[in-house]
Ligand binder design. Structure first.
Ligand code: FMN
Length: 191
């Protein structure tokens, strides 16, 4: 069975360092045998989660699309930028919406539970966004995801890529690709 991995990033920025890192990890997953889909969270135009909006107008179509996308994948590869020591609002808002009841009436949490996830991050700072990973790991754990121990936090990320978005340091590139490959291995065992 082909393992389908959904790759998402918590950055909306066009020239996002996290998206560049995500591509490297995704290449590792694809080379290991995964079928990787990239989704840009900004393309879904999700409103900020609001219980009144949900009660009055129901779950937005954009959320339904994202829920279907998660449902059709066995694992999540997540690049989680760090904002003030935590994960970004874009990423958490998307997860909160997805966790709401899906069209079949099941809780959206079931879309996450028992699936594998891997975390990476990039920052111009020295710690590479590692604190966002710690917090995001706790959220994914709460949702019942199996977060693989392999991860990577790329510090000084503004100096780490060439013009084509490739990592200049090939040893680092291998370690990041290994995160994607580890996610593939765990998710294929779970599938
Ligand atoms: C509101 C805000 C808070 C930030 N807080 C942190 C932080 O706590 N730690 C850190 O390493 N970088 C922090 N940064 C810098 C981001 O890591 C940097 O903008 C990075 O490039 C964002 O990821 P992206 O390139 O994928 O968009 C912050 C940036 C913003 C805009």
């Amino acid at each position: 069975m082909t393992v389908r991995i959904l790759a998402i990033s918590g950055s909306a920025r066009r020239d996002s360092l996290n998206r560049k890192l995500l591509r490297v990890a995704a290449t590792g997953a694809a080379e290991a045998g995964a079928d990787v889909t990239f989704a840009r969270l900004t393309d879904f135009n999700l409103p900020l989660y609001d219980g009144d909006l949900e009660a009055e107008r129901g779950i937005p179509e954009s959320v339904r699309s994202l829920q279907k996308l998660v449902a059709s994948h066995q694992a999540l590869l997540i690049a989680s930028p760090e904002h003030n020591g935590g994960y970004t609002a874009l990423l958490k808002n998307a997860i909160d919406w997805i966790s709401r009841p899906s069209e079949d009436g099941k809780t959206g949490v079931a879309l996450f539970a028992g699936k594998a996830a891997a975390l990476i991050s990039a920052s111009p700072g020295p710690l590479g966004g590692i604190r966002s990973q710690t917090d995001m790991r706790a959220v994914l754990d709460k949702l019942g995801m199996i977060v693989v121990p392999q991860s990577f936090a790329l510090g000084s990320a503004h100096d780490a890529f060439d013009a084509d978005g490739q990592l200049l340091n090939k040893n680092v590139a291998q370690l990041v690709a290994d995160v994607g490959a580890a996610l593939y291995r765990v998710s294929s065992r779970l599938s």
